[in-house]
Design a binder for this molecule. Structure first.
Ligand SMILES: Nc1ncnc2c1ncn2[C@@H]1O[C@H](COP(=O)(O)OP(=O)(O)OP(=O)(O)O)[C@@H](O)[C@H]1O
Ligand SMILES: [Mg+2]
Length: 224
């Protein structure tokens, strides 16, 4: 397949208002697609639509393969770190050895016995990402996975994401962090009021974004 996801006329109406679309999107088969746009632009709704968590009002989505998602505020089972991860590993048909490897890759091996809900925000995000990677997804959706993390924790997540991308997992990442977008993006989808303003190769987006909405967003202006 020459694309990972294709949407045709995709839209979502909620609360009596069109929140997303109509969108015609074709996302590349590999690499990292970053979705940007101001608060309320429809980024999280689009991610939920693409992942199949909510049904569109109109249009269609074509995608193939296994998908996983990491939410901005991950929900942990009231169990240890190791048990949380093993739950996901077992569901994916994996073994305790797979669980150990994922714990090590997430830098959580020393915390395996700790209650997951007592982890710091950054540690919980690393665990959430490890859980998502347990099923070796073809497509991984990430909704602001580093929104409240310090620079070191952010880089730790970015390393995990880059590694997954380098082994062929298609990454679709929502972020407000322009530095992160520059570090990770291969292409950028920019949304404003649910509408696609542009979908551009990353280097071009940051240097010469063409839509006034994206230019204003990147320069910190507010557009209503
Ligand atoms: N179930 C719902 N009913 C009505 N309106 C909704 C519903 N869910 C979301 N919205 C509205 O749709 C718009 C888009 O929401 P969404 O969460 O996708 O924004 P976002 O781009 O992710 O913003 P942020 O950057 O703040 O996370 C918002 O104005 C929100 O209030
Ligand atoms: Mg959001």
């Amino acid at each position: 397949m020459a694309e990972s996801i294709r949407t045709v006329g995709l839209s979502l109406t909620a609360g009596g208002k069109r929140r997303v679309g109509p969108l015609n999107l074709i996302l590349p088969p590999t690499g990292t697609t970053v979705i940007m746009g101001p608060n309320g632009a429809g980024k999280s709704l689009l991610l939920r639509l693409l992942h199949g968590l909510i049904a569109p009002t109109t249009g269609s989505i074509v995608s193939a393969g296994q998908q996983a998602m990491v939410f901005q505020r991950p929900v942990m089972l009231r169990r240890s770190v190791g048990a949380n991860l093993m739950f996901a590993v077992r569901r994916a048909g994996g073994t305790p050895a797979d669980c150990q490897r994922l714990l090590a890759e997430a830098g959580l091996a020393d915390l395996a016995g700790q209650q997951a809900r007592s982890l710091s925000g950054g540690e919980q995000q690393r665990l959430a990402l490890a859980r998502a990677l347990a099923c070796e997804p073809d497509i991984l959706f990430l909704d602001e996975p580093t929104a409240s993390l310090d620079p070191a924790a952010t880089l730790a997540i970015e390393e995990q994401v880059s590694k997954a991308a380098s082994t062929g997992t298609k990454i679709i990442l929502v972020t407000h962090d322009a530095g992160q977008a520059r570090r990770l993006a291969d292409d950028v989808v920019f949304l404003h009021d649910g509408i696609l303003c542009e979908h551009t190769v990353a280097a071009e987006f940051f240097d010469t974004a063409t839509s006034p909405q994206a230019r204003a967003y990147l320069s910190g202006q507010i557009v209503l």
